[in-house]
Design a protein around this ligand. Structure first.
Ligand SMILES: [Zn+2]
Ligand SMILES: [Zn+2]
Length: 262
């Protein structure tokens, strides 16, 4: 962002960054959609979470809202640029200030902080007074596709991306770690909205893997609401008792279906 604004000015820099965010989204969502919904649609039909397929007109709504989200996300990048110029962030360049080992550590820290942040803002946005204003747009998708990954109301997009200035204020991180984190986050969002369960049988009962969320987990959130709020990990949903009571059984049923269908 720093480079874009210095090189092209504020407005063009903002738009180029928004274009890049949208293209990355289109690449990830587009590849997943082409593979699972077109090329291998039949082969993967047994692990489809909801058997129906959403209408194209609805997918276009998801894409349109994601384009607005890209504009908001890059606007936050512009804000971050000014915060950094004013000396309010702990973003650093070069390796020497914290060493190589800090890079993976700071990445994991970002992921865990984001997981906690997401769970709580997500629960908050489900409050009846806030839901319609912030979160209703995302829940227009009852049967989400990868294109729903960034389909938010602009106000929700703002709340979602606010994690970046918060962590930039709190902990030191390298811009490359932020880029990796943003890519990881998008990838996980594509998995959450995939509509197919790809994790293997027994995943949700494994002593380690049970703490990771699955496509089924977030798909059930879109279908029923009021449960399964988490993003990457199943920590907060477990601790707060907000996993859907049928979550693990639903996962098992989908994976058993694969064996029955051959
Ligand atoms: Zn929700
Ligand atoms: Zn969702």
């Amino acid at each position: 962002m720093h480079f874009l604004i210095e090189e092209f000015g504020l407005l063009t820099g903002w738009l180029i960054a928004a274009g890049a965010i949208f293209l990355r989204y289109a690449l990830f969502a587009g590849l997943a959609f082409t593979f699972f919904y077109i090329i291998k649609k039949k082969a993967f039909s047994s692990v489809r979470i909801q058997e129906k397929y959403p209408r194209i007109s609805h997918i276009l709504v998801e894409v349109r809202h994601s384009a607005y989200t890209a504009l908001i996300f890059s606007l936050m990048g512009v804000g971050l640029y000014f915060l950094r110029e004013a000396g309010y962030t702990r973003i650093y360049t070069g390796i020497s200030p914290y060493g190589w080992s800090y890079l993976p550590f700071s990445f994991l820290l970002l992921v865990f902080l984001h997981d906690t942040y997401f769970y709580w803002i997500h629960r908050l946005m489900h409050h009846p007074k806030l839901f319609r204003i912030f979160h209703r747009v995302h829940h227009l998708s009852h049967n989400p596709t990868p294109w729903a990954s960034l389909s938010f109301h602009p106000l929700e997009a703002f709340v979602e991306i606010a994690i970046v200035p918060i962590i930039a204020f709190l902990i030191p991180f390298h811009p490359l770690v932020l880029l990796l984190f943003a890519t990881w986050s998008l990838m996980w969002n594509v998995i959450g909205h995939l509509g197919y369960e790809l994790f293997p049988r027994g995943f949700v009962r494994h002593p380690v893997f049970r703490w990771f969320n699955t496509s089924t987990h977030h798909n059930m959130h879109h279908l029923r609401s009021g449960c399964n709020y988490g993003l990457y990990f199943n920590l907060w949903d477990t601790w707060m008792g907000t996993n859907h009571p049928e979550y693990r059984k639903t996962f098992d049923r989908i994976k058993e279906r694969k064996i029955v269908d051959g």
